[in-house]
Ligand binder design. Structure first.
Ligand SMILES: Cc1ncc(COP(=O)(O)O)c(C=O)c1O
Length: 363
């Protein structure tokens, strides 16, 4: 049995009737740019997350970009973030002329370490950009306390954490702004690119709405230089339908993670902890092991997909080689030992067994 990392086709089959008829309806209406489904999705996503404003855009990278711009981060400012994340997190910081300052993660949550943030704060630091990696909320209480103490902004990278919650609040509803991705494989994914910024701050929301649409709030009146970064109407149709299923999708991911943890307990594989003080939505199920590359080869040879998120931490990427970078021992060790297993809501018990057998026999 071949097992993929995600089974988008399997999920589509379960909602095909709803999706197909809603797409046909939107095609018939032909309101393709900032149409009724985009407006409805923005409202429904805001309601779901309990946040004042949700402003959809073209992708998660743009969402970070828009959030940073709207919060007034200037060229030369420093933004503290994790090196153990996808390039987009830091790319957005660099793209607006600010400097990403990489700090280390905690060994078992894969998330940014608040003690390391404190050590990296300088006169130029303007913001902290935590990533809720693999669907687990970062230590937001400690991060907000640091932000308060040093007068810093907090922008959350929620690309992997749609629906996760921390101390009662959805991620994306904790800092000044949250940036989401609806890349197809994300917990809430569309059938192409999509993204969204959330905020409770009215001014930030107004800025983002303008920036995503050529700096305009009224047609052919351009108050600022913006970009073209609007969510596509057809993607909004898909997201509205999938939003109604997101709690079920996330619950099923958690069930898969629990089943993996039970099966891998006592083995040499370090399974991810399932925290009880925050809701982890398991965008990825990532374990740690020695001899990772050999394990990966053995698992792949059995027809079971597995992946390395992330093989090269950002502070070691060529794109950042022109600035002096720190050594980040936990990040670097994690990049050598991490292995992500297939996880998706439609996984069957038999598929879970097959994955576990492939992993355990690689021991
Ligand atoms: C942590 C993180 N940040 C940002 C992004 C960027 O999202 P997108 O691919 O929608 O631009 C992604 C996803 O790819 C991500 O995983």
């Amino acid at each position: 049995m071949n097992i993929p990392m995600v089974d988008l086709k399997g999920q589509y089959e379960t909602i095909k009737t709803e999706i197909d008829s809603a797409i046909l309806q939107a095609l018939g209406e032909t309101r393709f740019i900032l149409g009724p489904n985009v407006q409805a999705f923005d409202q429904e996503a805001a309601e779901y997350l309990g946040v004042q404003h949700a402003i959809s855009c073209a992708n998660g990278t743009d969402a970070l970009h828009l959030a940073l711009l709207a919060s007034g981060i200037q060229p030369g400012d420093e933004v503290i973030t994790s090196a153990f994340t996808f390039i987009a997190t830091a790319e957005a910081i660099s793209f607006i002329g600010a400097t990403p300052v990489f700090v280390d993660i905690q060994p078992h949550s894969f998330n940014i370490d608040p003690d390391q943030i404190r050590a990296a704060i300088t006169d130029k630091t303007r913001a902290i950009l935590p990533v809720h990696l693999f669907g687990q909320p970062a230590d937001m209480k400690e991060i907000l306390a640091l932000a308060e103490e040093f007068d810093l902004l907090v922008i959350e990278d929620c690309a992997q954490s749609f629906g996760s919650r921390y101390a009662g609040s959805a991620t994306g509803n904790i800092g000044l702004a949250g940036a989401f991705s609806f890349f197809p494989s994300k917990n809430l994914g569309c059938y192409g690119d999509g993204g969204m910024v959330t905020t409770n701050d009215d001014d930030t929301a107004t800025q983002i709405k303008m920036l995503r649409n050529h700096g305009s709030s009224q047609q052919y009146h351009h108050d600022v230089i913006g970009v073209n970064s609007r969510l596509d109407e057809l993607q909004a149709v898909i997201l509205r339908i999938k939003l109604r299923h997101i709690d079920e999708y996330n619950r099923k991911r958690l069930d898969v993670a629990r089943a993996y943890n039970d099966r891998l307990a006592g083995s040499r594989f370090e399974a991810p902890a399932i925290p009880d003080d925050r809701d982890h939505v398991f965008h990825q199920y990532t374990l740690l092991c020695d001899g990772r590359d050999a394990v990966r080869e053995a698992v792949l040879a059995k027809g079971v997909a597995c992946a390395i998120y992330y093989p090269i931490p950002l502070h070691m990427q060529k794109a950042f080689a022109d600035t002096e970078q720190p050594r980040l021992p936990i990040t670097e060790a994690t990049a050598k030992r991490c292995l992500s297993l297939p996880i998706f809501p439609e996984m069957t018990g038999q598929q879970i067994d097959t994955v576990c057998e492939a992993v355990l026999s690689a021991a």
